[in-house]
Design a protein around this ligand. Structure first.
Ligand code: NBP
Length: 478
């Protein structure tokens, strides 16, 4: 046995991760259900490092140094269970099975528990950055036991993305914590993309700018506090001209957004946890709405807002306001994601360090952004903070941006331009700022029709008003 790690599942992700390990000097055992993929990898990239190809599961396991580190990179779901069952039977206590696929964190918790009973460490790992990241350095979010991280951490740190010399990897927490955080990463990614999309739409519909000009504006913004990978690629996409028609590329792409499901997972899980990730939810629903062809065709006949042409000066001013609105909304979307991670961390006993999450998202993943450095610093200064928004620097920025943010959302409403994520973020901000919420009336309504009881602001206890009685007398419910 000579291999420090083995990778089974050699489609794009597995192949590139295996190459990344080998390029960093590790001997990598290779296995794939269909042996042709293993052969192809060795033929095409065998010169990059030390590979030990294996055709059968037994040969693959025999190639691994003990304790064995066996990484699964197959399709998430039933395929992962099938592969775990196949290999668990061949492994020994102390060995590690690492699942780098996009597993749902509840599956990871179930698998971890089952394998723990056999003495096998099961490590669910969120791997971000797509196939390029897998090859050149992903952001890596491992869960699993502390003991397994001692054995795997140094290898992950070697192959991960680096920012300022620091590896984009941390032990997120036990069992499914890594896959949970990867899921929320993807949810935040949905929100960030939608917010940038809304900014583009406003600049076009209200500001009257063409895509190429908006690309320039985005490039300018990308030099400031909005500096991020998503901003950068959005500018690239908007600047692109379709070769076949000579029109802006963005105008020839069908406006119905796809999804592979991690946004939906985030929203569903948030509903279960009671975490109000409204910007992420609106971004996920916006993709769903874009795909409702018949419904959109029917609504298209309905009246819209009042639009008017802006002067060049007004358009320029409006673009500045949109920058404020985008930044403020983005802060909220990320803050909602952090809070959801905190809620899950408390629920599942993960003790997640949010500063470390901000640190490992600075490179090797889709949401990488300059402002994450400041987020990291904010959590380092106060690891127990429930929101970023109370950090001194962010307080000042929100104070500066909140009026433009309101003006943009109001302008969008007047023009009839949809801004579901901008307005959800602003409403979230105002909801949490508000001293007295209409939830008091909701409680009254619930008590009226369902005797659901309520608490009072002036006394402890649970109460019910006898609404059917003329005197509406109140009883304390014991
Ligand atoms: P796919 O998700 O397309 O899966 C293909 C691999 O799964 C092949 O190696 C295939 O073997 C294997 N496989 C299947 Br399908 N069913 C199997 C079974 N019953 N038993 C054994 N092997 C089976 O590959 P991918 O796009 O490289 O992604 C791998 C994992 O990484 C997935 O969980 C994915 O969600 C995750 N991920 C992907 C990306 C990305 O950008 N693509 C990013 C981050 C995470 P075969 O060759 O014999 O058919």
């Amino acid at each position: 046995a000579t291999a420090q790690i083995g990778v089974t599942g050699l489609a794009v992700m597995g192949r590139n991760l295996a190459r990344n390990f080998a390029r960093h000097g590790y001997t990598v055992a290779l296995h794939n259900r269909t042996p042709a993929r293993t052969k192809a990898l060795v033929e095409d990239f065998g010169h990059e490092g030390a590979f030990v190809p294996a055709e059968t599961a037994e040969e693959f396991v025999a190639a691994l140094e003990r304790p064995r580190r066996l990484m699964i990179m197959v399709q998430a779901g039933a395929a992962t269970d099938a592969v775990i069952d196949e290999f668990a039977a061949l492994l020994e206590p102390g060995d590690m099975i690492i699942d780098g696929g996009n597993a749902h964190f509840t599956d990871t918790r179930r698998r971890e528990q089952a394998l723990r009973g056999l003495g096998i460490h099961f490590v669910g790992v969120g791997v971000s950055g797509g196939e390029e990241g897998a090859l050149h350095g992903p952001s890596i979010m491992p869960g699993g036991s502390v003991a397994s991280y001692a054995a795997l951490g140094p290898m992950f740190e070697t192959i991960s993305a680096k920012v300022d010399g620091e590896p984009c990897v941390t032990h997120v927490g036990t069992d499914g914590a890594g896959h949970f955080v990867k899921m929320v990463h993807n949810g935040i990614e949905y929100a960030d993309m939608q917010l940038i999309g809304e900014a583009y739409h406003l600049l076009r519909q209200v500001g009257g700018y063409e895509p190429a000009r908006i690309a320039e504006i985005f490039r300018q913004w990308n030099k400031g506090r909005l500096d991020s990978y998503l901003m950068e690629i959005s500018a690239e996409v908007l600047a692109h001209t379709d070769a076949a028609t000579g029109r802006p590329f963005v105008d020839v792409v069908a406006d119905s957004a796809g999804q592979k499901g991690t946004g939906r997972w985030t929203v569903r899980t948030a509903l279960e946890l009671g975490s109000p990730v409204t910007a992420i939810a609106q971004a996920t629903f916006a993709r769903a709405a874009s795909g409702q062809r018949a419904l959109r065709a029917a609504y298209r006949e309905l009246p819209g807002g009042t639009s008017w042409d802006l002067t060049a000066y007004e358009a320029e001013r409006f673009a500045c306001l949109v920058e404020h609105a985008l930044y403020a909304s983005k802060l909220i979307a990320y803050d909602q994601g952090w809070k959801m991670i905190l809620d899950a961390s408390a629920e599942y006993g993960w003790d997640i360090d949010l500063g470390a999450i901000a640190r490992i998202w600075r490179g090797g993943c889709i949401v990488r952004a300059a402002f994450l450095d400041r987020v990291r610093a904010a959590y380092a200064a106060d690891p127990c903070r429930v929101t970023l928004l109370t950090e001194e620097g962010f307080v000042a920025e929100i104070a500066d941006s909140q009026v433009p943010w309101r003006e943009v959302v109001a302008t969008a409403a007047r023009h009839g331009v949809p801004v579901p994520a901008f307005s959800a973020a602003l409403s979230y901000y105002d909801t949490l700022r508000t001293e007295r919420l209409p939830a008091a009336l909701t409680q009254g309504q619930r008590d009226y029709f369902g005797a659901h009881t309520y608490r009072r602001t002036d006394r402890e206890g649970r109460f019910h008003t006898l609404w059917e009685r003329a005197d509406r007398s109140e009883t304390e419910v014991i």
